[in-house]
Ligand binder design. Structure first.
Ligand SMILES: Nc1ncnc2c1ncn2[C@@H]1O[C@H](COP(=O)(O)OP(=O)(O)OP(=O)(O)O)[C@@H](O)[C@H]1O
Length: 260
């Protein structure tokens, strides 16, 4: 029997912060999770439960109080340029053009290789014609595409994404989700993606990790075994979505009614 080595392994992660008044705040409790190479895993859970904290530990920005994260069987103890973190708040450099932003991390390549990589990612994110534009000339969605392209161009093997579409309007967000699926299909990177949005998680992920209230534990890991691109009217898609809502203690029908 072949036992697959996980790409990312969370082993019994606990994290406590010390608040301003000295009180201990436990954020994560006994989190165990294996992520396979090339897998797209979404993390959902109540606001403030510890989703970002978990990602920050995996990326090496924070040290757990107990347990450890391993990537390729090596304990994570600091950030590494092969693992890129993408935040909700766009952090493209305003003084650089689209091409310069995308090429920013490419110090080891020849000028020809660099141009080729930039061209490839400009095309992939659909910004051909905007190579020389500055971020101030781009919409929010376009800037977020540049951010994703910059991350991919640097050749990471793992992408940590913390609500990367959270600041976008609804329509742009829908489009970006579809684009993200396409980019992931082409690149096959391992992605750990935090979102508030259950629908988004079911559209994107191979598996959805549902966290409990703080201190967060893994309440369930839900497989989304549906072909991509996903049909959002597919009864199985809707069943999985509603299962996750239920796991989070939410009634999807109630939410729909509340929107009216
Ligand atoms: N540096 C810190 N010191 C003390 N407490 C912190 C610190 N960072 C985060 N926390 C607390 O840890 C908890 C988890 O925060 P985290 O940002 O991981 O939650 P989240 O699930 O990502 O939240 P949201 O869904 O609202 O983005 C929160 O209660 C937060 O106040």
């Amino acid at each position: 029997m072949i036992v697959e080595t996980p790409k990312i392994e969370f082993r019994d992660i606990e994290l406590c912060f010390t608040a301003e008044d000295g009180a201990k705040v436990q954020v994560l409790d006994s989190v165990n999770l294996n992520v396979r190479e090339g897998e797209f895993v979404c993390i959902v859970g109540p606001s403030g439960c510890g989703k970002s904290t978990l990602l920050n530990i995996a990326c090496g920005f924070l040290k757990p109080s107990r347990g450890q994260v391993l990537i390729d069987e090596v304990p994570v103890d600091q950030p590494n340029r092969r693992r890129v973190f993408i935040f909700q708040d766009n952090s493209v450099f305003p003084w650089l053009t689209v091409s310069q932003n995308i090429g920013f991390g490419l110090a080891d390549q020849s000028p020809q290789e660099k141009d080729e990589i930039i061209r490839r990612y400009v095309e992939m994110i659909g910004l051909t014609g905007f190579e020389h534009a500055y971020p101030r000339e781009l919409s929010g969605g376009m800037k977020q595409r540049v951010e994703i392209a910059r991350a991919l161009a640097s050749g990471p093997d793992v992408l940590f994404m913390d609500e990367p579409l959270g600041a976008l309007d609804w329509l742009t967000r829908l489009k970006m989700r579809a684009d993200l699926v396409e980019i992931w299909r082409q690149e096959k990177k391992t992605i750990l993606f935090v979102t508030h949005d259950v629908e988004e998680s079911v559209q994107l992920a191979d598996r959805v990790v549902v966290l409990s209230d703080r201190p967060a534990q893994i309440r369930a890991v839900v497989d989304v075994d549906l072909p991509r691109p996903r049909n959002l009217d597919d009864p199985e898609y809707l069943r999985i979505r509603d299962e996750i809502f239920e796991l989070m203690g939410l009634d999807h029908h109630g939410i729909e009614a509340a929107k009216v």
